[in-house]
Design a protein around this ligand. Structure first.
Ligand SMILES: Cc1cc2nc3c(=O)[nH]c(=O)nc-3n(C[C@H](O)[C@H](O)[C@H](O)COP(=O)(O)OP(=O)(O)OC[C@H]3O[C@@H](n4cnc5c(N)ncnc54)[C@H](O)[C@@H]3O)c2cc1C
Ligand code: SF4
Length: 332
């Protein structure tokens, strides 16, 4: 097994989360960063020949191959967990960009209440309305804490939409129930199709407040603060389960990878290779070492200095993270 030179930070999993970390660390610190991704590399041009519904929407070409590697699943703690061998609505990706390549791109912010669910629920309904063994908690951070980060993420992706609450002022036509936002969306809303416009009108006449969904399928050509330019959407409809062949839908490969590549950060495409047993795996990870099987080059291992080994293997599933110095350096 070949041992590669240690890097300052090793990130396992190159989806939105892992690549965003790589971009931020690479552009705002002097740390060397290596991203290990199990699937292959991708670029916008590759998607020009991918509008094949049978191959991509039905046979799920972009998703994880569950015959090679999968997660286990059970409906209750009494059941035995079994490997998931057929995808349902959970469609994890594989390859650079992860699920962010074939996502739909709907980009709503969480509502302020979501961050303080316990406080707001008890405030409104009283603590007796919740069962004793409830698991509801406040997050520990609030919407106000995250607002500048939401704005920054929207600007990075060029989200199209219409503000409904600009610095506390309600604006009809946007979502008037959303949390306050410090800035308008970076691009105007996407076009409203005929049937949606009928629905919108009907909702409005009934006294509701319809608004266009915020979308990463950018409505017009846009250059983000990192200098990455993307064209506007031309409404072909091949967003979810496909990569956008124009690059109009914000995807890690068209939004983050150009910045990362400029700084010559490194990608490895590999299949994971677990250490022989769980204890050894834990021990190695605590030390910041990751073994893997490179597709062409065989078995390898790499260490992260100071055990800065991060796993971003799907933020919805699980993540392993080791401490990384002073996080205040990453404030926007
Ligand atoms: C079809 C679909 C539509 C969606 N639409 C929306 C939407 O409209 N709006 C929205 O907000 N969200 C949407 N989502 C969810 C969103 O896309 C995901 O939450 C997000 O992309 C997850 O990013 P991630 O980086 O956390 O994980 P992932 O994108 O899953 O990235 C993890 C990466 O880790 C790699 N990996 C896994 N195991 C290993 C290993 N052992 N070694 C090395 N690499 C490994 C994987 O190949 C993958 O590239 C959608 C998801 C799907 C599947
Ligand atoms: S051009 Fe627009 S509709 Fe077509 S895949 Fe790209 S973002 Fe989606």
């Amino acid at each position: 097994m070949k041992t590669l030179p240690a890097a300052d930070v090793v990130i396992i999993g190159g989806g939105w989360t892992g690549l965003l970390m790589a971009k931020e660390l690479g552009s705002r610190t002097a740390l060397s960063v290596v991203v290990l991704e199990r699937g292959g590399p991708r670029k916008t041009d590759d998607y020009a020949s991918s509008m094949d519904e049978l191959d991509y929407a039905v046979r799920l070409r972009m998703m994880q191959d569950t015959s090679l590697e999968t997660v286990t699943f059970r409906h209750s703690s009494r059941q035995r967990a079994l490997p998931l061998r057929q995808h349902g609505s959970f469609l994890p990706g594989s390859g650079v960009g992860g699920a962010g390549e074939h996502w739909s791109g709907i980009c709503a912010r969480f509502l302020p209440d979501c961050f303080e669910l316990l406080s707001r629920t008890t405030e409104k309904y009283g603590s007796k309305r919740l069962p004793e063994d409830h698991a509801i908690q406040d997050w520990g951070i609030t919407y106000d804490d995250l607002e500048p980060h939401y704005t920054r993420a929207e600007q990075m992706m060029g989200i199209s939409g219409k503000a409904g609450n600009l610095r506390g002022k309600q604006i009809e036509g946007g979502n008037i129930f959303e949390g306050w936002r410090s800035a308008e969306y970076p691009t105007p809303p996407t076009k409203i199709p005929y049937f949606s416009s009928l629905f919108r009108e009907a909702a409005r006449t009934l006294g509701y407040h319809p608004y266009p969904i915020p979308a990463a399928t950018t409505s017009q050509p846009y250059t983000n603060p990192d200098g990455v330019a993307r064209p506007g959407c031309f409404y072909c409809g091949y967003c979810e389960r496909f990569g956008c062949m124009l690059g109009a839908k914000a995807q890690p490969t068209n939004t983050l990878v150009p910045v990362i590549q400029k700084r010559r950060k490194c990608f490895h495409t590999h299949w994971s290779l677990g250490p022989p047993n769980r204890a050894r795996r834990r021990e190695e990870r605590q030390k910041g070492t990751w073994r893997y099987l490179h597709r062409r080059k065989g078995r390898r291992s790499i260490s992260a200095r100071g055990a800065r080994l991060f796993g971003f293997l799907d933020s919805q599933q699980y993540s392993t993270a080791a401490p990384l110095g002073d996080w205040r350096a990453l404030q926007p």
